[in-house]
Design a protein around this ligand. Sequence first.
Ligand code: NAD
Ligand code: TDX
Length: 339
Amino acid sequence: MTVFVTGGAGFIGGNFIHYHLAQHPEDRVVCIDKLTYAGNLTTLSPVMDNPNFLFCKLDICDREGVFGLFEAEKPDTVINFAAESHVDRSIEDPGIFLQTNIIGTATMMDACRAFGNVRYHQVSTDEVYGDLPLDRPDLFFTEKTPIHTSSPYSSSKAGADLLVQAYHRTYGLPITISRCSNNYGPYQFPEKLIPLIIANCLNNQPLPVYGEGLNVRDWLYVEDHCKAIDLIVRKGRIGEVYNVGGHNEMRNIDIVKLIIHDLRKSEDLITFVADRKGHDLRYAIDPTKIHNELGWLPETKFQDGIKKTIAWYLENRNWWEEIISGEYQNYYQKMYANG
Ligand code: NAD
Ligand code: TDX
């Protein structure tokens, strides 16, 4: 089987490629990635020499390039991870989010249709459901929760998600969709909360916490997300949406303190900064459907996953130091200057 993985030089796509080649060594994996600021070829260096792996630098919005690659490689399955993924960047400049997340998704599905209705999986997000109130711990997102977005990022992901459902209903494209909660683990770009806090702790820099740090996220170790996607692609029902989440809700401030204590740093590093505009209060996934239908359950407990993640950032300083010393510095200065 030949699998196209878009966005494979990024955090989750990169972890997925490592997982897939280890679990299914008989498959051929072709990675399509534009190598934006978030793409990093070092993440893929362990598999670059694998004869069953091919890397292709390509924009998923480049119709001609995408159709050419389908013609040459004849994929059986496409898994679309490629996206602009950072909420704060979408608030600064939404345009590229609409382009990559919506037009890019349509382009990949058009190619799937043109080459014999290729099996397509969309990596969506729990952010399409908007948020839940902090004082209603009894409420969770199910697959039936209405789409109700807050940021340009989540709106662009919701647009893509709906388009995927439309291609199934209108053209019969064989699709599935996963909507996952917040991931953490190796190879996550240090603009996101957990790697940002680890990197700043290690450099004794202030730790920026938005608002009062009371917003709640439902954290899942990235490998558990990869397992869920692999299961859905192989055994999921065509046309269906599956929520993926770990029942592991935590307040941002508690995550920050946990990392501080693990690294034996001081809570004095915590700096409360201006809140994110439109900041979602709480995400919480109900994963009953994927559990009942496909037997999926998260395997990594947060206490273990966060230790593994911190150890990875300690052992792979080159990977993230190279990022934070480059162009990313300009972004960081702009975003956190008035903290
Ligand atoms: P990421 O930003 O780390 O990686 C995105 C990758 O996509 C990068 O390698 C980038 O170069 C590539 N890319 C961007 N635009 C492209 C384009 N036009 N053409 C080809 N490649 C392009 O993102 P991530 O955190 O790994 O997220 C992957 C997917 O999972 C996204 O679709 C995101 O919406 C979804 N998701 C993420 C989380 C999370 O917690 N990170 C949770 C749920 C869902
Ligand atoms: O410096 C910070 N300080 C802070 O308090 C940053 C970067 C974040 N935060 C807060 C905002 C959120 O409440 O931490 C929480 C997590 O923030 P992010 O890591 O930016 O993730 P989030 O906005 O929750 O979105 C993530 O989960 C869903 C991914 O980035 C998305 O791609 C995914 O769809």
